[in-house]
Design a protein around this ligand. Sequence first.
Ligand code: AMP
Length: 547
Amino acid sequence: MLGRMQNRPLLISMLIEHAAQCHPAAEIVSRTSEGPIHHCTYADISRRSKQLANALTALGVANGDRIASLAWNGYRHMEMYFGVSGIGAVLHTINPRLFPEQIEYIANHAEDSFLFFDLGFLPLVESLAPQLKTIKGIVLMTDQAHMPANSKIPNLICYEDLLAAQSGEYEWPQFDENTASSLCYTSGTTGNPKGVLYSHRSTLLHSMLACTTDGLGLGTNETVMLIVPMFHANAWGMIYAGAMCGAKLVMPGAALDGASVYALMKDEGVTLALGVPTVWLMLFGHVDTNNLVPKNDLVLRRVLIGGSSAPRAMSERFETDFGAFVMHAWGMTEMSPLGTVCNLLPKHRDYNLSQRLDIQAKQGRAVFGVDMRICDDEGVVLPNDGKAFGHLMVRGPWIVDSYYRDDGGQVLDAEGYFDTGDVATIDPDGYMQITDRSKDVIKSGGEWISSIDLENAAVAHPSVQEAAVIGVAHSKWQERPLMIVVKKANQELDKTEILQFLEDKIVKWWMPDDVVFADALPHTATGKLLKTKLREQFKDYKFPTDV
Ligand code: AMP
């Protein structure tokens, strides 16, 4: 017997329609590529995304066509989220920090038909345009006043002209909720990036989850700063979730330096900010250099950190200097991205700060909709005892089923679980803690050493800016940990001091066999440590202990 409820498809257009009706005056604030801070509302975004929908239709864009963007976080990019997906086309957000050859590969692989880009990427697009085989038109997301006089791009279209020619009236079409809505490529530290193709249904379900209290607790009363880029798993889904609940959104554009982020946070009364650890280090640097007192200047209540492990010291600093609670979260492009969020349980209410920070250092508990377990190399499920660590496997309605064009082939196991490539523990309360990427874990004498635990322990040292640990070949132990440290500016630090510092923080046999110092560490386009490069750099390294 079937239920007798309405079978309305879950479509992205519902989000902006709802925001326009129920939260028309809620604000969207953007730092623009042209310079000034721009203010508008969900009602404006709704009207302009309908103008964009009309424009795309007039350009001949059809169902399923891929429309690429090379853009920072801002209101025009947001209009694309609704205008492109709303008509049944697919928004392909490209990470502009990738190498130009990777961008070229991705745009050709996706067979993008139009490319929209921010002013700052003009030179990049001019050099790329001749290589983009399927592109029918290129749109510069600016107004007539900022259009270049002589661009090498033939028939370059001005975004504001494109919209101005169209009506703001548009009836969003109804179609199957499983229709593809957006496309995002993985960062691809090894091999070519692979495409993750989200659907309207997966996006809507993920947004609902983000708005729940034990998800991210997004709501109308929140002013949310999206420092995580809109080309990184759709800014962790926050554009959609923001429209669902009418949160005020603040978008920093290209200015992610500490001074710009701090000023925007202060001016706009940001209560919740989202970003990877690297951006927070830049913010801390600005606070230190200028002797600022964030608690006096800001009204920040919560900070969401994901993408890489949030060191305990970072959560502590947000708590003590900013008065903000750090919600550690974990996920991946393949998961839309939310998998776990580190919220506290009633039993933690009486914990002191130090005990609480131990919990917050974990990546958190699975949100509703995500089935999560750990397995050994043979696929045997391991216990949730907080000690056993194994391959982290997930399944759920906003988790990848297969990659775009079947790249990588079958990626689910017999029970429908996706191997995240992460290695983790899960404790009896369900808190998951990442100990490594499976390819980064250090295998010493048949046992596993967590490189992330060692890095987190090292960055707690006041003179350490950043640390990376990799496994290097050892004749007796197979691999041993090598720590590479970047010192903070004008700080003295040597190997003995750092090893002594680690002594009471890690088990004895995890102690790095050597520490070397570097001026900087290599990062991926999404701010993660690029360990493949470090392994390459140190492939001939010989430990002093290995005789
Ligand atoms: P991406 O698809 O670029 O978002 O990268 C996903 C990967 O980032 C995950 O598989 C993890 O290895 C890593 N990651 C994401 N969040 C965290 C976190 N909170 N702690 C540690 N690693 C994380």
